[in-house]
Design a protein around this ligand. Structure first.
Ligand code: HDE
Length: 728
């Protein structure tokens, strides 16, 4: 009889041939420590490849506690994804205050400019599921957890400074409208469908945010190249106890950059992890992204000085009225070790504040203060989610809360109540002077009502302000975005209602969108425009009001254009160098070394992977083939010289498409020697925006012969410009 395999196993953890081989391979591919595999009870596992069977062809035995433990854990590996902001990417870093911060708030982490406060940041899209693409048209979450010496402070913001709704009561409706439609779970990660625009078309308070969402802010080039905003008005409390209203901003030091819409769509196929990968790679390569924390400060006495209500989250304070003071800098310098343990389990909450930071009565913020704990109870499985390492404060935690699912802390002693004498009164309340949190003592004298302040009724002025403050190119992108989004809406009445709203914002916005939709703009009176009113309210009472005279306002705000924050230099920009065997060694050396010296990331793209043999000697590893990448994944393209290479590349369709796409996406393109011929051949016949393509177009840098220093400087300058909007 054949001997049962169970009888012939080596001793647990022995340096068996199988173990030795795996360790040898792993040495090249992982950084796993040399540790034995164990069960969760710490028992070393001898065979992780086979379940326990009655004979090697027999049934599996229930006795196999190793298999059962492994499979049970696996079966429970998924937790509910976030209802919104499900797709995210995180990073660790530090925050350092500037000297001017201390005067504004007594928060400990804002006092000492030499102190480093650890932070964890999670960026996210809003509507899509966890596995959706990084580049839908959407707002981006920008949530920062500061692990301060006085407890955890979370600034849970977005990359858009206003929100769709004014009252938290409407949030479930908004989210139900934007998420995939419930009968068929279509479409994923996009607002371009009937239920979303149906809701928006009768909720004019959303229109200002719609303007931002239709702008290029909603298709960022990188998470590292977008602004962040706290959205609501908060309060800062200084050492003397004086409260001031404040709006928070994050200003990216790499500048503000976007992709173009076609590119966003290509990227979603070519690399749906584009933003996540970009953040990860930048940090791995030591290009640490940085943002300055900015604040707009308004004295309480000026609460009513503006032509909008500071408590209305659908309004910005134009930077021209209240400049942004920069009070600190955040640097993201470490990738998470484990996505699930850190990024997925991170639990942010706008109610996590520390002494020196307080709330305003913004009704959206007030509602958020309830929702975020509630959501973690379900998502993270119970009330002890603050004990998960990523959520744990760096300060000690002492209180009388006990037990619950997954309790980690082993509380000692008899007392779990206060006041007590048996534990000498511990844990004790802290006086304000000892760091105890004291709420800002705002005077409230009011009727208990379900109502919205009339000061929240103007839904159009700031939508108009936003549109009017964009450059013509940015306005055109908004028009195109609306044509696309509303073009996906099937119900004509919804499109028509939106056209009426757009005509309230600006005729120069509404007209081209109407043309694109093949519709006339209906007469304003024909359309029911605002259904977001209580049952007993007369619609006349909630008509948009004209801004009040004598209040502070602006007609345009240049700070709203993305061009207001270009950043400088070309650090971390990805440049595709198109090569084949026979590409000129001198050109490649020059382009790669010049770009690397500027902190950019040149990558060689060739017909196939492997090693590139250069004309003039030398070899280089190839980074991508035309099959494994796309020019949509790069910021610029360079075509070096080399006769033999050109003869091959000029016969290849994927090469042409690579170059043509970069041209259409208005990217800098450089070419030298025979590369110029390849460029001419590739772009021949293109007419983006009706203009025939040419090697003399803006952002195209060519050098007839070998590449000189001057050519390189021009190419670097072009990459710094990022896009050449005047090419079309
Ligand atoms: Fe959120 N939001 N939100 N939100 N939000 C969540 O909390 C909610 C709002 C924002 O990376 C949820 O842990 C309500 C504004 C970010 O983990 C949930 C309202 C802003 C993130 C929730 C708002 C945000 C969330 C889902 C209206 C910008 C991701 C999972 C009253 C200032 C944080 C979770 C992360 C996540 C509720 C409106 C930003 C359900 C009820 C306005 C960046 O609790």
């Amino acid at each position: 009889m054949k001997k049962d395999k169970g009888d012939r196993k080596p001793a647990p953890g022995d340096a068996t041939p199988a173990n030795a081989k795996v360790q040898q391979l792993a040495a090249h591919t992982t950084d796993g420590a040399d540790e034995f595999l164990t069960t969760n009870t710490g028992v070393r596992v001898n065979d992780d490849q086979n379940s326990l069977k009655a004979g090697d062809r027999g049934p599996t035995l229930l006795e196999d506690f190793i298999f059962r433990e492994k499979m049970t854990h696996f079966d429970h590996e998924r937790i509910p994804e976030r209802i919104v902001h499900a797709r995210g990417a995180g990073a660790h870093g530090i925050f350092k205050a500037y000297p001017n911060a201390a005067a504004l708030s007594r928060a400990a982490f804002l006092q000492d400019p030499s102190a480093e406060t650890p932070v964890f940041v999670r960026f996210s899209t809003v509507a899509g599921s966890r596995g959706s693409t990084d580049l839908p048209r959407d707002a981006r979450g920008f949530a920062v957890k500061f692990y301060t010496s006085e407890g955890t402070y979370d600034l849970v913001g977005n990359n858009i400074p206003v929100f769709f709704i004014q009252d938290a009561m409407k949030f479930p409706d908004l989210v139900h409208a934007v998420k995939p439609e419930p009968h068929n779970e279509i479409p994923q990660a996009t607002a371009a469908h009937d239920t979303f625009w149906d809701f928006i078309s009768v909720m004019p308070e959303s229109l200002h945010m719609i303007m931002w969402a239709m702008s290029d802010r909603a298709i960022p080039r990188s998470l590292r190249m977008m602004e962040g905003f706290g959205v609501h008005t908060f309060r800062l409390i200084d050492a003397a106890g004086t409260a001031r209203f404040v709006k928070f901003h994050w200003k990216p030091l790499l500048g503000l950059h976007q992709v173009v819409w076609e590119e966003a769509q290509v990227i979603s196929g070519a690399d749906p992890d584009f933003h996540r990968r970009d953040l990860w790679e930048a940090i791995e390569e030591g290009h640490f992204p940085e943002w300055e924390l900015g604040v707009q400060v308004v004295e309480e006495a000026d609460e009513h000085a503006f032509d909008f209500d500071l408590l209305d989250p659908t309004k910005i304070i134009p930077e021209e009225l209240v400049p942004v003071q920069r009070i600190g800098k955040m640097t993201l310098n470490r990738n998470p070790d484990n996505f699930f343990a850190e990024t997925e389990q991170a639990a942010f909450h706008p109610g996590h504040v520390v002494p020196g930071i307080d709330f305003s009565n913004d009704p959206l913020l007030q509602g958020r203060l309830f929702s975020y704990t509630d959501t973690q109870l379900l998502r993270l499985g119970g009330p002890n989610f603050q004990e998960i390492p990523i959520n744990r404060p760096v300060t000690p935690v002492h209180n009388n809360q006990r037990d619950g699912h997954m309790r980690q802390t082993i509380d000692r002693g008899r007392t779990a109540y206060g006041p007590n004498t048996l534990a000498r009164g511990c844990p004790m309340q802290a006086r304000a002077a000892q760091g105890g949190f004291v709420h800002h003592a705002e005077r409230i004298d009011a009727h208990k009502v379900r109502a919205r302040s009339p000061s929240f009724h103007d839904h159009y002025s700031q939508a108009t302000l936003f549109f009017n403050s964009q450059t013509p190119v940015e306005q055109q992108h908004m028009i195109d975005a609306l044509k696309f989004e509303l073009g996906k809406v099937e119900t004509i009445a919804i499109r028509e209602r939106m056209l009426v709203h757009l005509s309230h914002i600006s005729e120069s916005l509404a007209k081209p969108v109407a043309e694109g939709l093949g519709l006339a703009i209906p007469a304003k009176s024909d359309v029911h425009l605002n259904m977001s009113i209580p049952a007993d309210t007369d619609p006349a009472e909630v008509q948009p009001r004209a801004p009040k005279p004598g209040k502070r306002s602006v007609k345009t705000s240049p700070a709203l254009s993305m061009t207001s924050l270009p950043g400088s230099g070309i650090r971390t920009r990805r440049v595709a160098v198109v090569v084949a065997d026979g590409t000129a060694a001198a050109d490649v050396e020059r382009i790669v070394s010049a770009l690397e010296a500027e902190g950019a990331m040149p990558k060689l793209v060739a017909p196939s992977l492997g090693t590139l043999k250069l004309e003039g000697g030398g070899e280089r590893p190839i980074d991508f083939s035309f099959l494994t990448t796309s020019s949509a994944l790069f910021d610029a393209v360079f075509l070096p010289g080399g006769k033999r290479a050109m003869e091959k590349l000029v016969t290849m369709d994927p090469v042409f498409e690579f170059v043509r796409m970069a041209y259409r996406h208005l990217k800098p393109i450089g070419a030298s020697g025979e590369g110029v011929e390849l460029l001419s051949a590739a772009i021949a016949g293109l007419r983006p925006g009706g203009k025939p393509a040419s090697t003399g177009a803006p952002g195209i840098i060519t050098a007839g012969g070998a590449l000189g220093d001057d050519d390189m400087r021009k190419f670097v300058g072009a990459i710094e410009m990022h896009r050449f909007w005047d090419r079309v």
